[in-house]
Design a protein around this ligand. Structure first.
Ligand code: ZN
Length: 212
């Protein structure tokens, strides 16, 4: 059920992931902004449109999207929206997913599994993780933001870089109102899970077999 909290509208949408439902937010400012975009399925889009209507808006009213991080359950519906996308620079390669990146992605997890002595039969989980990318977006960023920047069109809303759950993760803070939109940096009922990701620096290894 969609609900307003002051100038912020919360919409809860389903996912096929263990995380269950996810929230997206409509923020009223100079520019009507959607924060995060759930997963890419027609069913999720239909529910989103229905819930958005409960808040008094149609998809065409949305003027920009800010993504807190690159995970599929935060970017999927970008494919249905033809408006500028704002996020941290580090989202880009997860959104574009070119051949080189996907090769790095597979090599990184394969090596990580080997170094952590994960049994060979469990390596199929690498493909299962990769399969979740089908729910991600094909679009990329139009504008990048970083620590301390104010979000265009949202006076008073500033970026805090909050890597850990994802390298690309940002949270949005409105200090005067005392509000934070924390993405997956803050969960309601449990601590946020840090995730292993393909390192940003090309060919850099997260683990080595030697102590240094
Ligand atoms: Zn996430």
């Amino acid at each position: 059920m969609a609900q307003w909290y002051g100038n912020i509208g919360k919409i809860t949408l389903p996912t096929p992931f263990a995380v269950g439902d996810v929230n997206v937010y409509i923020v009223k400012g100079d520019t009507l902004t959607l924060v995060d975009a759930a997963i890419k399925t027609d069913e999720t889009w239909e529910i989103f449109v229905h819930e958005l209507k409960q808040l008094g808006y149609n998809p065409k009213d949305i003027e920009q999207v800010v993504i807190t991080h690159h995970h599929p359950d935060h970017v999927g519906l970008l494919d249905y929206l033809e408006v500028p996308i704002i996020g941290h620079e580090y989202n880009k390669r997860w959104l574009i997913r070119d051949e080189e990146f996907m090769r790095e992605y597979r090599e990184f997890y394969s090596r990580l599994f080997d170094e952590a002595a994960v049994p060979q039969q469990l390596k199929t989980n690498i493909r299962k993780m990769e399969a979740t990318l089908q729910f991600s977006s094909q679009r990329s960023l139009n504008l990048t933001v970083e620590e301390g920047m104010e979000i265009p069109g949202l006076p008073g809303w500033f970026v805090i870089e909050t890597p850990g759950h994802a390298q690309s993760h940002i949270s949005l803070i409105h200090q005067k109102k005392g509000i934070v939109i924390g993405g997956d940096h803050i969960f309601a009922t449990q601590s946020s899970n840090p995730l292993f990701e393909t390192p940003l620096i090309k060919n850099r290894l997260l683990f080595t077999s030697k102590c240094v």
